[in-house]
Design a protein around this ligand. Sequence first.
Ligand code: ZN
Length: 475
Amino acid sequence: MAKDNFVEQIADIETDFPQWYTDVVVKTKLVDYGPVKGTMVIRPYGYAIWENIQKEMDRRFKALGIENAYFPLLIPMSFMTKEAEHVEGFAPEVAVVTHAGGEKLAEPLCIRPTSETIIGSMYSKWIQSYRDLPVLMNQWANVMRWEKTTRPFLRTSEFLWQEGHTVHASEDEAMDETLKMLAVYEEFARTCLAMPVLTGRKTEKEKFAGAVATFGMEAMMHDGKSLQAGTTHYLGQNFAKAFDIRFLDKDGTLKYGYTTSFGVSTRLIGAIIMTHGDARGLVMPPVVAPVQAVIVPIASKKEGVMEACRALKEKLAAAGIRVVLDDSENSPGWKFNEWEMKGVPVRIELGPRDLEAGKCLLFRRDTLEKTECALDGAEQSVRTLLSQISENMYDRAKARMDSRIVRAGSLDELLAGVEGGNFVRAGWCGCRECEDKVKEFAQATARVLDGEKTSDTCVVCGKKAEHTVIFARAY
Ligand code: ZN
């Protein structure tokens, strides 16, 4: 097979990024399309990424005292209507079960789009006293949101996620939790996904339906568009009042609790693909890569080569490296291309001449550079290389994002900024009309508030700016 065959299968990343994405997710066998429009099948190579994300995230949650639980998929329709903003926000996306067991149900049941309502109803039973607080729980689950336009990992009618739900005795404590989890997400994205993000509060328009305040982390994709990669919500007493989550406080009075929720989903896999991918396909961040190193034997029929490859594989696996030995009948060139497309961080080439010299060749996917390494102690060399790749991928993505955040003093500048594939930092007066105007004029939305007030004027109306906003086109 010709050397470039795999690359030819993928659309050009610079000129047709949407097609590049579709080609990459299907051809590397991350996903396939489900029979129902808008659904996806997560194939083993894609699911392994999710398992690694889960493992890393779950470890962080448990270290913070968050426990896992599981709540039902079906929610009585009446629950959804208890919090006015919540039902309004989710109504267009909710799938409803009306029949079961061959009969029409007395009350329709909705398939969870998120679980604040059902979890709130249970918390109201479980929480009586201040001694029961805080409650810190998380569930790993699927949710369903009936989307009109869908793309694998980015927007599908069913997806996997984690949703954390906490209850606290005070406003301060709940807000601290909301911000703490945002920081956990940021650290996770940086350390495990090599993905730089901007974090901050969302505008009223962009906040979660039913929240008092939503905070998000936004990542810059290859085409300069933003992807919301995780959100945390301070829910105040909205859900506590709707579901009667009350506790007897130390002073003997009955008070409503303050709740939070936070989530990341299989969208993160889309974010990895579009942050790091290149013309050859995926570039997997080492911490969550399903395969961290692949061994490709050269002249495998020559005496001792396969034995040496197997021994090397065992040595790397024993050192905790996720390693594969590609002993298929395909040519080395074919294997190189396939594993490059799949984004495996390190390729190890081992042939008779290497064996004689007691070394092997390491190829790193992020920079496409080759180095030699001694077979003796190869596990340490590979481990060191994996962490260098992780750091380099983060630094590269960070430098790229930083270089593509521009300022705008007018709507025309804002439009030019987002059309050039940038995030645009601009002043905003805080009114909804101006936010809508940005959307209409530049097809851009307020991704996060920068936090600090500026002396700048609003990019739309010219009045005094109350906030600095990161505007971008978004997935
Ligand atoms: Zn304005």
